[in-house]
Design a protein around this ligand. Structure first.
Ligand code: SAM
Length: 195
């Protein structure tokens, strides 16, 4: 049985398309690890928008970024990612290079606060419009916890309905012999697709 780090895999996909000066979104800040990773890629002149519904995630990430050389590359937004379309300034629409989702609950936090399928699907629809050509969306989904099974099914269905002329989808499982293992969806927006 082979185990794969979905986080490292997501980061490796993103590194190929996200460069200094680019714009990115962390749709689920949590403890800020992915946020910092994105900021490190776009530094010094790019920008990362980070969303979380929990104030504790915003505060701890604010503290983390203060200790780096690149605090000006991050805009933290205490709101649901379902608000991203109206929250991100319009001049960035169609120019976002990478959008990360890490679903479920905040590790070490309140396990009853989880991503909700409706908000996730709304945010994914918005992401398709915000993304630039050749941009990338990564989604890590965790079946097996309350709400996680349904959310994983809905994300799978959402990926299945994407236009294959505009988006390419890959699914990577964390464990090669377990079809109900956590998984990473990687969505590439193809060149010349609609904005
Ligand atoms: N990427 C994070 C990291 O590097 O630590 C881990 C994210 S954690 C698995 C999921 C996060 O999603 C939690 O912090 C939770 O508060 C947040 N969340 C839940 N629903 C949300 C929503 N509708 N919009 C934005 N964030 C949400």
């Amino acid at each position: 049985m082979q185990r794969i780090s979905l986080l490292n895999t997501a980061h490796n996909f993103i590194k190929k398309v996200l460069h200094p000066g680019d714009i990115a979104i962390d749709a689920t800040i949590g403890n800020g690890h992915d946020t910092l990773f994105l900021v490190e890629q776009v530094y010094p002149s790019g920008l990362v928008f980070g969303f979380d519904i929990q104030q504790i995630a915003i505060e701890s990430t604010k503290e983390k970024i203060k200790q780096t050389n690149y605090p000006n590359c991050l805009a933290l937004i205490h709101a649901s990612h379902s608000e991203m379309y109206k929250t991100i300034p319009t001049h960035y629409h169609g120019n976002i290079k990478a959008i990360m989702f890490n679903l479920g609950y905040l590790p070490g936090g309140d396990k009853t606060i989880i991503t909700s399928t409706d908000a996730t699907i709304t945010a994914l629809n918005s992401s398709c419009h915000l993304l630039s050509s050749n941009g990338i969306i990564t989604i890590i989904a965790y079946p097996g916890h309350s709400g996680g099974d349904l959310e994983t099914i809905q994300v799978t269905n959402w990926c299945d309905q994407l236009d294959i002329n505009q988006f390419e989808v890959q699914v990577i499982y964390s464990s090669t012999d377990n079809q109900s293992a956590p998984r990473l969806f990687v969505i590439h927006k193809l060149t010349n697709s609609y904005e």
